[in-house]
Ligand binder design. Structure first.
Ligand SMILES: [Fe+2]
Length: 262
């Protein structure tokens, strides 16, 4: 896979802009996360923290190292994206601290994490990127639900920031996929491709539900509520993959971001 110079320049600028505009969550406020919800929230945050930042912290698929060595431009933009993922892991660690958990995320807390890492290791480079974009999609489902159902100011700020960045990550993955499709002259956005994404997206959401349903149920959310949000996020992602969609980049898709507005 190789990428165009404009792709690299524009996405590096996007990640730099995000890094320069990172509001600090309102950690100083009183925690409004009920004690009954905190254990499940800590488990969720620990899983996500390990998966996106404090785990391998790099691409681990077969040939990932050699693929990136062959394309320094792609390596550069992937490094910028992973740095942003790492900043999310730091936010999640602080969120766990807010819930009284100062332990290291060195160990997986749910069965989904070893499976996630195993799948990334055994697939090819481009498939690992697709797995990461599906996990991004599942992560955005949980962030939207937490944002709507927990009134804690710091938690809302963390979710808001992760959703803002995550929207860029999904657009980044979609554009990467479109570039690859153009090079290999196969269709992205065909009905077959859409069905595969829908199924894989629902699979990723199902793994999240089964691993962390206690958290969502403690927010009075049913499986139907959860999967309705998942289907909504998948539909939005499918729209991003359409060939005629102009990928959103800074500054066009970044609003004047004020955390308290959400
Ligand atoms: Fe992400």
């Amino acid at each position: 896979m190789s990428v165009s110079p404009s792709f690299t320049t524009q996405w590096i600028a996007h990640f730099q802009c995000n890094a320069e505009h990172r509001p600090t969550p309102r950690w100083h406020t009183t925690c409004r996360i009920p004690g009954t919800i905190q254990p499940a929230l800590r488990r969720w945050a620990q899983d996500l923290e390990y998966a996106i930042g404090h785990g391998p912290g790099r691409l681990i698929s077969r040939h990932a190292t050699s693929c990136l060595a062959r394309d320094p431009d792609l390596a550069q933009v992937i490094e910028a994206w992973l740095a942003e993922e790492k900043s999310h892991a730091d936010l999640l660690r602080q969120l766990r601290l807010r819930c009284g958990d100062a332990s290291s995320p060195a160990a997986a807390v749910s069965w989904t994490l070893p499976l996630f890492l195993f799948m990334r290791r055994v697939v090819a480079f481009e498939q690992e990127l697709q797995i990461l974009s599906l996990s991004e999609l599942a992560g955005s489902v949980s962030c939207w639900l937490l944002l709507r159902h927990l009134p804690d100011p710091a938690l809302r700020d963390v979710c808001t920031l992760m959703l803002r960045d995550g929207r860029g990550h999904l657009a980044f993955h979609a554009e990467l996929l479109r570039q690859r499709a153009q090079q290999e002259r196969h269709a992205v956005g065909s009905s077959d491709h859409q069905r595969r994404i829908q199924l894989a997206g629902l699979g990723a959401a199902a793994a999240l539900w089964f691993a962390h349903r206690g958290l969502f149920q403690s927010l009075n959310l049913s499986a139907s509520d959860f999967f309705s949000e998942a289907r909504h996020q998948i539909r939005q992602h499918l729209r991003r993959l359409q060939p005629d969609v102009t990928p959103p980049r800074h500054p066009a898709h970044l609003p004047e971001w004020t955390l308290s507005e959400v």
